[in-house]
Write a protein that binds this ligand. Sequence first.
Ligand code: ATP
Ligand code: MG
Length: 411
Amino acid sequence: MLYRLKDAGYEAYLVGGGVRDLLLGREPKDFDVATDAHPEQIKEVFRNCRLIGRRFRLAHVHFGREIIEVATFRANHSDEEEGGITEEGRIVRDNVYGTVEDDAVRRDFTVNALYYNIKDFSVVDYAGGVEDLEAGMLRLIGDPEVRYREDAVRMLRAVRFAAKLGFRIHPEAEAPIFDLGHLLTDIAAARLFEEVLKLFMGGCAVQTYELLCHYNLLQYLFPQTAEVLESDQHGLFHALILRAMENTDARIAAGKPVTPAFLYAVFMWMPMQRRAKELRREGMTEVQSICEAGGEVLSEQSRCVVFPKRFSLQTREIWQLQPRLKRTTGKGPLRLLGHPRFRAAYDFLLLRAEAGESHQELCDWWTEFQVENPDVVAQAASRAAPKKRPRRRSRKKSPDETPASGTGESK
Ligand code: ATP
Ligand code: MG
C-alpha cells in the first residue's frame, strides 16, 4: 500500500502502533497509514477502498477480511474559536488537513508518533519517540494536562500501553491522571466500550486491571464494581476478578476465544449479588432475584459504558445458570448441558470455586458429567458458536464519534 501511494506521487508513511511494535520486535495488532493524499485521491489509488466518516473522512482499504486505515495528515485548527474545542478543552471537531509535522504533534505519545517513510526506509521522529522507546517511557506530546483535557481517553491509553509494553508512564504524564479521571464521564459511552475491550481483551488484563485500580480509573468504567471493591473486606471480589483476568490472558495467549459477556459476568457479579440479596429480602426467589438484579445492574452500567444487548443477554444467562448448576439430580443436569451458555456458566462456576466462593466438589461433578456426555457437549458448543463477522478496525481518533461496533466478539 505504501509503495502504491508513493508511486502515485504521494507521501506515504506507516505510523502509530505498527511502527512502535515493529521497532520493539513485537507483532503489530494493526497497521495505520498516513499520507498527504486526500481521501478522494486515496480512493483513486485503491480499488478496494471505502471512505468512511462524515466530518473527518478516512479511507478503509480492504484486503479480504483485513482492513487498513489510511488517513490524510491532520492539523490542529489555527483559529481556536472555529476549532471545535469546548470550554473544558475537549476536542469535538477535528477536520483540517495538514503536513506530516502537523500530524505528528496531534498524536498522543511520542512512541506513537514515529513515521516509517517508504521513500527512503527511514523512521521519521518529530517528537523524540525513538529515545523514549529505548527508555521504555510513555511521554505525552505537549502539556499532559491539556492533552488529557482534549481527550480523556488518552489516560486509558496510557494505562493500556504501560500494561501491554511494560513501559513506565513519564512522571509528568502520570501525575494528572490522579486528578483528571472524572473527565472520562464526558466520553461517549459507546467509545468507552471499545476502550474496555482493548483494555481487558488485549492479553494483559492482569496488569491493566491493577493499573486502573492504582490510578483510580476503574470507577469511571465500572462504577458499581469499584464501589463493591471498596467494601470488599476479605478481598474475595478482588480475588475473583484477578483470577478471571489471569484466565482471560491465558486464553488469549493460547489462541482461545474470549467474550465480553464473561468479563462483565465477573465485574458485575458482586453488584448483581448485592442487589439480588435485597430483592430476596423483599420476597423474590433466587432465580427471580438474579434475573431482576441482573437487568438492573447492567442497565445502570450501560449508562457510562455501553454494553451491547447481544452480550448483556449472555451475561445474564451465565448468572441465571449459577443456581441451576447447584442441582445435580433428575433430568435438569442433562438439559443444562445442552444450553448454549452452559460452558461459560461452568467456567464461571470454576472461577468462583478458585476464588473460594463455590465448592470444588460441585465443579468436579460437572467436569465428570461432561466427560460422560460428550455428544450433548458437542451439540451445545456448535449452538453457542457465534457467527463470523468481517473484521473491522475501530475508529478511535475523533473523540466525539461513535466507534464502529463489531469488535471483541469471541471468534
Ligand atoms: P494498538 O493498535 O496496538 O492498540 P496503536 O498505537 O496503533 O496501538 P491505535 O488506537 O491503533 O493505537 O491508534 C493508532 C495511532 O493513532 C496511535 O499510535 C496514535 O498515534 C494515534 N491515536 C490514536 N488514538 C489517539 C488519541 N486518542 N489521541 C491522539 N492520538 C491518537
Ligand atoms: Mg493500531
